[in-house]
Design a protein around this ligand. Structure first.
Ligand SMILES: Cc1cc2nc3c(=O)[nH]c(=O)nc-3n(C[C@H](O)[C@H](O)[C@H](O)COP(=O)(O)O)c2cc1C
Length: 184
């Protein structure tokens, strides 16, 4: 797929078929994620693939509650990928402090999108979840309390292959050349 077509085809998928995902497809998604750029090449990430049905159900249940149930669909996804931010190196920590920027979160976003774009290329659907009970997920997966779980990514074959129109700001609202002049 041409890159722009791939970017258009990637969308948050919240309905999945009851069909397992081939391991080689998951591995190619992880390979795309591994190749992502990061500040000082620190690669401050690790991934847990959760495909064991019982474990997966337990993790999915940490993404919603009775009151806030919009992530309930995660129960349907045959695979969950847990994205953990690892400590970046000393140099990066100093740079983050000096520049008052959290490079590692930028890095996590890039690697997550690499993974999701490759999944799209593989005919798979994904949805990044930022809303979940981090403590609960850590407990189930034996992740040390000192780590941060930044995203849970649902993955599976989409129920529909229809690409929804994207709800996005217009280009005039977000782009200007040479100085900050946006048409709001
Ligand atoms: C950091 C991040 C966190 C997100 N968290 C959730 C979430 O908890 N639940 C959900 O259903 N979608 C979540 N999304 C998906 C966004 O709602 C979605 O990307 C956005 O509405 C644009 O739609 P699209 O992905 O279909 O293009 C998240 C996306 C990102 C990038």
């Amino acid at each position: 797929m041409k890159f722009l077509d791939l970017a258009k085809a990637r969308q948050s998928v919240r309905k999945y078929l009851d069909k397992p995902v081939e391991q080689e497809k998951i591995e190619r998604c992880l390979e795309a994620a591994r190749l992502a750029p990061s500040a000082s090449n620190s690669q401050p990430w690790s991934f847990i693939v959760v495909d064991n049905p019982k474990l997966k159900e337990a993790v999915a249940k940490e993404t919603f509650s009775q009151l806030i149930s919009f992530n309930r669909f995660s129960l349907q996804a045959p695979v969950l990928i847990i994205l953990i931010s690892e400590r970046s190196g000393f140099l990066n920590k100093v740079a983050e402090a000096i520049k008052d920027k959290q490079f590692s979160l930028i890095d996590i976003g890039i690697t997550a999108e690499h993974l999701c774009l490759q999944a799209t290329e593989e005919g798979l659907g994904t949805c990044m979840l930022g809303w979940f009970n981090e403590k609960g997920v850590k407990k189930i997966l034996n992740i040390s309390p000192s780590k941060r779980v930044e995203l849970v990514i649902t993955m599976g074959y989409p129920e529909s292959n229809q690409i929804r129109p994207k709800k996005r700001k217009s280009i005039d609202q977000i782009r200007s050349y040479n100085s900050y002049e946006l048409q709001k």
